[in-house]
Write a protein that binds this ligand. Sequence first.
Ligand SMILES: Cc1ncc(COP(=O)(O)O)c(C=O)c1O
Length: 422
Amino acid sequence: MRPSKDIFDAYEERSWRSVARRQRALGMEFVAGRREGSYIWDAEGRRRLLDCTTGGGVHALGHRNPEVVAALQGALDRGLDGGMWMMPNEEHLGLQDALAASAPHAALNRSVLTLAASNSNDLALLFAFRVTGRRKVLAYRHGYHGHAGFAALVTGSAGENVIGYYNLPDATGRFFEPYGDLAAVERLIDRDVAAIIVEPMDYETFAPSPPGYLPGLAALAHRHGALLIMDETRTGLMRSGRMWMCQHSGAEPDMLVCGKGLSGGLYPASAVLTTAAIYDRCINQHELAYASSMGGNEISAAVGRKVIEIVRRPDLAANVAALEERFKMRFGELCRRRQDTFFPGTVQGAIATIGLATPAHREAIAPALFRRGILMHSVSAIAPDGAKFFPPLTSAPAAVDEIADALDDIARAWRAGGPGAA
Ligand SMILES: Cc1ncc(COP(=O)(O)O)c(C=O)c1O
């Protein structure tokens, strides 16, 4: 196996330089070798990290989940392949039925399979334009919906700056903030708006949506003849303790996007869940109303179906509840004991933050955790400053103890010697 340093050097020389530079700047040079469950080892097999990013939920069922690996291998062994999009296939139908059975409300009983959530958001917006005959979209300023197509037009954060950087036509998206403030959305909506697209939490801060916000957005959209698209790419599939995070609020979106974890971390799969009326209007109205070469492929469908089967089992929900409880307990205790370093953040399901009391710790926390074997998600780019954790849903609750113990150790070192000390 090629040494990690060579791979980093080659990345810097002729590949995704920004990725390599960012990791190097943080002192976090790491190329994944073996991986299993909640852990990844470096290519040399010397270091192990607890993965608390899961790529934003790609590896929600752990790395190389044995059941998903078997489903993928089984699909190949059964003679399946990418299928032929112009012919019906049973696997695709099976995934559509599984998605319908797990939808947040009964009307979302149709779905379109894609290979990435960017494409699903692109498609959901395409459908919204067709159904409403309008072209504007409202989106949260610090949300992320992808780097492709219409999804890119509604990704408005300063950090990503997709619209400005790529010189995109900027007449589609209108951005609201703060998250959770209905009046801010109401000020922007009019009869040109086709859809509001939103995640069911403020993913920048990891704060869950306030009570009434999501149903309020649905009502607002519908009052103005627009649609509500719920982007559950990161929050869906039991991440929050419910199959879909929007279910905590009772909101009923017109479309829901699912991605990342639907792939089982192994084979690309994403989907748009929608109503029969929207589906038929957009997909079936004439023979070539929609086409996608791999958009009903058997391998993605087999993997996605297995993922849905696993996440709907009561034991997974129970494990997420146990993770939530452990996060609340350990982070709560840490915040009480180390008030100079941490303040309380938010926890819902396997989505957790802990506030950082000192701005200088924003940059220092990820490398300090890395040195202690924890790969954290990120620090929020907007207030409040919070360190974010997004571990596999299959992690043992003891994984939370690893995180909390590392944070405790870091706080001790900082107290003794300042941000550089840990
Ligand atoms: C909420 C959300 N929507 C859409 C996307 C785009 O997904 P993909 O990169 O799989 O196309 C992402 C990716 O991070 C996301 O987090």
